[in-house]
Ligand binder design. Structure first.
Ligand SMILES: C[S@@+](CC[C@H](N)C(=O)[O-])C[C@H]1O[C@@H](n2cnc3c(N)ncnc32)[C@H](O)[C@@H]1O
Length: 243
């Protein structure tokens, strides 16, 4: 039986409850490897595709936090038409938002099923989507991008993998490239309930520390705000560069 809940916009102006990511139908081992996670995500995308449902984290549109950042801050950091990678692109809405704004976009996800959905949803941009493991990226992606966009990939991995994920993201950046992280966040000083994840929302300090280990500094303090979902989620957003 399908366990993923449909998260369609309500027609009467009431925001729908957010579906949970984790269900009994998709258990995860305790010591997670990137390969375990990739398999877990692929199963969920496969099931959603089969049952014509939306995966729990799919907003059905580009991330509003990404759009706002692209309007306000990208022009000061990324050249028009610059090369942008979207890692963990899921079903592709954010990648297409970037394409529509004139960036030269490569979007990848470890899940073949997610990429199938993205290509089917956006056939005119199918050539921009490919299967790729962030932890072992294709060599043609290395040191290539002006901007790497991560919406929700870091938070999908447990803390033990955050450093590896961020290091891999940085490997894809050119010398003056920037990393944009948008994720669910946790208040500083509060413990993370790892048994409840994924997701595993980091604090702003945890994201900033992982970036620092990978040689990046924040362009300014990370944004930390509540989105307008039901219930509202705490969102962290920040750009990081080598300078
Ligand atoms: C929470 S989902 C977010 C998807 C999309 N960015 C969105 O906002 O809808 C996290 C995504 O990261 C992908 N992912 C997890 N580990 C990955 C890895 N090692 N390499 C590439 N993608 C990965 C998953 O398949 C999944 O699509």
């Amino acid at each position: 039986m399908a366990v993923i809940t449909l998260d369609q916009p309500a027609s009467v102006g009431i925001a729908p409850a957010r579906p949970r990511w984790k269900t009994d139908a998709h258990p995860l081992p305790e010591q997670l490897t990137p390969a375990d996670l990739a398999r877990w995500f692929d199963e969920i995308y496969q099931e959603a595709d089969r049952e014509h449902l939306r995966v729990p984290w799919d907003l059905g549109q580009p991330s509003p936090a990404l759009r706002a950042w692209l309007n306000a801050e990208a022009p000061g950091l990324v050249r028009p038409g610059g090369r942008v990678a979207v890692c963990g692109c899921g079903v592709g809405h954010d990648a297409v938002e970037l394409i529509n704004r004139g960036y030269d976009v490569c979007a990848f996800d470890c899940s073949q099923s997610a990429i199938n959905i993205a290509k089917r949803t956006y056939p005119q941009h199918a050539d921009r989507f490919s299967v790729g493991d962030l932890c072992d990226p294709p060599s043609r992606f290395r040191h290539r991008f002006d901007l790497l966009v991560d919406v929700g990939t870091i938070q999908s991995a447990p803390p033990a993998l955050w450093e590896q994920f961020v290091r891999s993201m940085v490997e894809l950046l050119g010398p003056h490239g920037a990393l944009l992280v948008i994720c669910e966040g946790r208040e500083g000083g509060t413990p993370l309930d790892e048994a409840a994840g994924p997701p595993y929302p980091p604090t702003a300090d945890e994201v900033t520390s992982a970036a620092a280990i990978a040689g990046l500094r924040p362009t300014r303090e990370m944004d930390d705000f509540l989105d307008d979902g039901e219930p509202p989620r705490r969102i962290l957003r920040g750009a990081f560069t080598r300078s």
